[in-house]
Design a protein. Structure first.
Length: 389
């Protein structure tokens, strides 16, 4: 059954929360009809009164234990009601019904009559006390248990309140120091040996000291104490040579016969950066475009210093075979008839009208003329070029 606080119990609990004491006195058992706890001041039909045997204080609850026999029970009954009484703080000679528990007869515990045999029975109940600090009980011959606060004070006392000695707990030979402040003593040994289970600490420490000393000395020995050879660890001999075929990665510096770079483009840039000229050749197909809005362009990896353009095939009667040569900075020139074959030069009057205009911007050179042939961009013609970078 679950005991519920009565109106008197609630009042007593409120007073206990302000510092007064709840002093449980007894338990009554009966088989009366169920009644509301908040309206009850006693049991409907109390049959036996049981003194308290013990009290256990927990968090918000106490456990009341009553041990009794059926020696005075002449007629067996089921415990359908149980009352838990406490001392009236206003009149110690009176008691208050603190809590009442009810149980259906079909599931209630049975107390047999004493005609067959005498039984000893134990009745336990969990009673709510909230945050009340002082809770006691009248146990048997008014033996009062310590209050919760007194009990907590005692269990939290680390000053050895019972005066227990080291000898009583077998610690008379143990130094009273922390584990990291102990000072073990031992005799040095000169023979390396493994640790053995059950041996004294003094023996174990002497073995450990020798082993550590040997390890420290060994680690500081730089004279190859084990006599390890180069072949044993796969190292090269102290004196050896390599061929260029052995060099398969990395960058070889110019001081050792290399380029100092990892690609042809980087090498070309390095040559230019160091004032060295590079020759570039190539070809392109003419598409018939000409004029200032359709200039022919060639772009290189670095600014060109000189460019020579000429048709791949020669025809003395076709000005489409004309080519040109120009140094960087020249912005216009007359088509001079540079060709891949012999042909008759154009008249001076015709040449005057054959002006080629050039623009030099960074790595790009562009040009245009008054016709596709003069611009070296005639359709169906292939042009070759050479540039100094």
């Amino acid at each position: 059954m679950t005991p519920n606080l009565t109106a008197g119990g609630k009042n007593l609990l409120l007073r206990a929360l302000t510092g007064e004491t709840i002093n449980f006195t007894k338990v009554q058992l009966g088989n009366g009809l169920q009644q509301k706890a908040e309206e009850a001041i006693g049991l409907s039909n109390p049959l036996i009164t049981v003194p308290l045997s013990s009290i256990s204080v927990g968090n918000n609850y106490v456990t009341l234990t009553a041990i009794f026999s059926n020696s005075a029970v002449t007629s067996g009954f089921r415990i359908t009601e149980a009352g838990f009484f406490a001392e009236d703080p206003d009149d110690p000679t009176k008691e208050i019904l603190y809590a009442l528990g009810n149980e259906k007869e079909s599931s209630a515990d049975y107390v047999p009559e004493n005609s067959n045999r005498i039984l000893e029975m134990q009745f336990d109940a969990l009673i709510f006390i909230g945050d009340a600090e002082n809770v006691t009980a009248v146990v048997n011959s008014s033996l009062v248990y310590a209050s919760k606060s007194e009990f907590d004070d005692h269990t939290e006392n680390t000053q050895n309140p019972h005066g227990v000695t080291k000898a009583q707990v077998g610690l008379e030979n143990v130094p009273n120091v922390a584990t990291n402040d102990q000072t073990p003593t031992y005799t040095d040994t000169t023979v390396l040996a493994t640790l053995s289970s059950g041996e004294k600490l003094s023996t174990a420490f002497s073995k450990i000291k020798l082993a550590i000393t040997r390890i420290i000395n060994h680690l500081s020995d730089g004279s190859n104490p084990h006599g390890v050879s180069a072949s044993q660890v796969g190292a090269a001999a102290e004196l050896h040579t390599h061929s260029t075929a052995d060099i398969i990665s990395g960058t070889l510096s110019p001081a050792r016969g290399g380029t100092g770079v990892t690609s042809l483009d980087a090498l070309a840039k390095s040559l230019v950066d160091n004032g060295l000229t590079r020759i570039v050749t190539g070809m392109y197909a003419g598409n018939g475009d000409y004029g200032i809005n359709k200039q022919k362009k060639l772009t290189f990896t670095s600014p060109p210093k000189l460019i020579l353009v000429m048709p791949q095939t020669a025809n003395a009667l076709n000005t489409a075979n004309s080519g040109f040569i120009a140094l960087r900075g020249v912005t216009s020139l007359l088509i001079s008839g540079v060709s891949s074959g012999d042909y008759e030069m154009q008249s001076i009057a015709s040449a005057v009208n054959s002006v080629l205009h050039l623009t030099w911007e960074g790595n790009t050179v562009s040009w245009y003329g008054i016709s596709a042939a003069q611009q070296c961009n005639a359709s169906n013609n292939t042009y070759c070029y050479i540039a100094l970078l």
